[in-house]
Write a protein that binds this ligand. Structure first.
Ligand code: HEC
Ligand code: HEC
Ligand code: HEC
Ligand code: HEC
Ligand code: HEC
Length: 427
């Protein structure tokens, strides 16, 4: 019995030793540091200067405030050494001026790159392997742009993909169905949190998984990309509109959505145009693009199919002027000016000088009611699936913005004696 105990404890001892040797003498980072020392010595010899070779040891940046430990610098030894600009990875100096603008000792690396900060093998750092199932695999460019918005709130020139994605998002009416931070439609999931959704739950579908993971490495990125580029991948009967986005546009939107994590705020960013562009029609146009465009078409031109709807297509809205009996551009301008001046047609200090104003006002209020309260859409086949209904917007859109949208929609009408047409004829 005793002998068994001896043997087994010796075995444990042996494995502990082997493990220790593996971690400390043949570890990847150790080999990288030895190689780095050699490269440093060669460069010093070329420049005929003396050099103190750095000690070979595990290095890390400890960030107490964030409770993070980043050991990346154990392998990436020359991050801030311009002489290593053209060296192979992991010896290459950091590209760009990111480390000049940000103090690595205070920020570490994984705040921008993700990856497992504590890991000491490349495989574990990356966590790209499907079997790893760790929540923060290393992000590659351009998706790394998403993490800049962990701290920055103003749009940065260094994040062109994010910026393009944000632009597409804000002009495509995604919020007609989705919500962001509780604002928007209610046919589709809230976006906040999609950037760090657990990929135990949100995974690319079986038929696309292998291809998308090979392309993007990161399952969260692959899932978001799939949802945007192939909306009917899951479920096949999704009501999400297929915008036919190009690969580049889908990547840009993915970068943008990747930034919408639980801990990143950003409500202010979505609505930032309010502060910078108070002009009534611009405000109305932006509100329309943010919430209404997907269903009512570009500039309200319609043409969007509504499955199992009695009228087949979602109504076009560039005829709102007609609904208000504003057939002449001069009359429409008078009404838009009143909305601009008083915020609301009902608040005009005297009756505007347009024909049959009380009827115009009644129609205006009817349209405003539909936008505020929504309207159910009638089914064609009573047994069939529900069509899109007009959602209610009073919880998401301020009264001022709803008035601005109506003013904007009035101007989208094709007035026959448009000044521009007139000019064209004269030329
Ligand atoms: C064990 C050594 C090691 C550690 C620790 C390490 N790296 Fe690396 N890293 C490498 C090597 C080697 C490469 C080059 C891989 C290649 O080109 O095949 C690399 C490549 C990269 C790349 C290029 C993209 C890629 O994955 O090929 C990035 C970005 C990167 N590392 C960031 C980090 C960050 C951030 C950390 C810390 C969270 C880190 N690394 C920790 C060894 C390491
Ligand atoms: C402020 C954010 C930020 C911090 C902090 C940061 N990086 Fe980067 N890093 C970037 C960006 C952005 C790129 C891509 C730059 C480009 O493509 O021009 C990049 C590129 C890299 C690359 C090259 C990737 C490739 O595919 O060629 C490596 C390696 C890397 N970083 C490692 C690190 C390590 C290690 C640290 C910590 C010592 C670190 N970074 C800290 C933002 C950051
Ligand atoms: C951990 C938070 C954090 C992250 C992540 C971060 N930054 Fe910064 N960044 C800062 C801080 C803090 C400053 C310094 C602000 C100051 O005092 O001007 C700064 C400064 C900058 C500046 C210089 C601003 C100026 O006016 O000169 C640029 C440009 C910049 N960051 C771009 C980026 C980009 C691009 C990324 C993503 C790759 C990024 N940052 C990620 C916190 C961060
Ligand atoms: C007509 C309604 C509608 C519009 C407009 C719409 N979506 Fe969706 N979207 C959905 C529905 C419904 C789902 C839920 C899953 C499904 O049925 O496909 C969804 C799912 C998603 C998902 C996956 C969300 C998750 O949490 O799993 C993403 C990402 C997404 N949409 C992005 C977009 C983007 C970006 C736009 C705008 C360019 C957009 N959607 C516009 C209806 C819509
Ligand atoms: C999810 C799709 C969807 C979105 C998003 C949407 N609508 Fe609608 N809207 C509809 C449908 C469907 C109808 C027709 C309902 C019915 O049959 O009465 C409608 C009707 C209307 C009408 C009445 C049109 C008429 O001819 O009677 C107005 C005005 C309107 N929507 C404005 C808007 C505005 C403004 C927004 C954005 C703030 C918006 N809608 C967003 C689906 C949508």
């Amino acid at each position: 019995m005793k002998i068994v105990l001896y043997i087994s404890s010796f075995a444990v001892f042996l494995f502990t030793i082997l493990d220790y040797v593996d971690e400390n003498f043949s570890a990847e980072w150790r080999e990288h540091q030895i190689k780095y020392g050699q490269m440093l010595a060669e460069k010093a010899a070329d420049d005929s200067v003396e050099v103190d070779l750095p000690e070979i040891r595990l290095r890390q940046i400890y960030l107490s405030e964030m409770n993070r430990v980043d050991r990346c610098v154990s392998c990436h030894m020359a991050m801030e050494d311009p002489r290593f600009a053209d060296a192979p990875k992991p010896f290459a100096a950091h590209p760009g001026d990111y480390l000049e603008k940000h103090d690595v000792e205070k920020m570490g690396c994984s705040i921008c790159h993700d990856g497992q900060g504590r890991a000491i093998t490349l495989e574990d750092v990356r966590a790209w392997d499907e079997g790893k199932y760790w929540e923060k695999p290393i992000l590659l460019p351009p998706f790394i742009e998403a993490n800049c918005y962990r701290c920055h709130t103003d749009t940065l020139a260094q994040t062109p993909n994010y910026n393009q994605g944000k632009r597409i998002f804000e002009t495509s009416g995604c919020l007609g169905c989705h919500q962001r931070d509780g604002i928007g439609g209610y046919l589709a999931p809230e976006y906040r949190g999609i950037g760090d959704a657990s990929f135990h739950i949100k995974q690319p579908t079986d038929s696309l998984r292998a291809e998308l993971l090979a392309q993007f490495k990161n399952p969260n990125v692959a899932y978001i990309y799939e949802s945007v580029r192939y909306p009917t991948a899951q479920p096949a009967n999704s009501v999400m509109i297929d915008y036919g986005f190009s690969h580049e546009d889908a990547v840009a939107i993915t970068v943008y959505l990747k930034s919408l994590t639980a801990e990143q705020t950003g409500v202010t960013r979505l609505l930032e145009y309010r502060a910078t562009e108070p002009a009534l029609l611009e405000r109305g146009r932006k509100t329309f693009q943010l919430y209404c465009r997907a269903c009512h078409g570009e500039n309200g031109s319609g043409g969007v199919k509504n499955p199992n709807y009695i009228k087949d297509e979602i109504p076009q809205l560039d005829l709102v002027a007609e609904r208000l009996f504003l057939y002449e551009k001069e009359d429409a301008d008078v009404i838009v000016d009143v909305i601009r001046k008083f915020g609301d047609l009902n608040l005009a200090d005297e009756e505007p000088d347009v024909p049959r104003f009380p009827v115009v006002l009644a129609q205006y209020n009817a349209i405003r009611d539909v936008i505020s309260n929504g309207n159910p859409a009638g089914k064609l086949d009573p047994e069939g699936p529900p069509p899109f209904s007009m959602p209610s917007w009073e919880k998401s859109i301020s009264a001022a913005d709803i008035n601005a949208v109506i003013a904007y929609l009035i101007t989208t009408y094709d007035f026959e004696e448009d000044d521009e047409d007139y000019d064209d004829e004269e030329e």
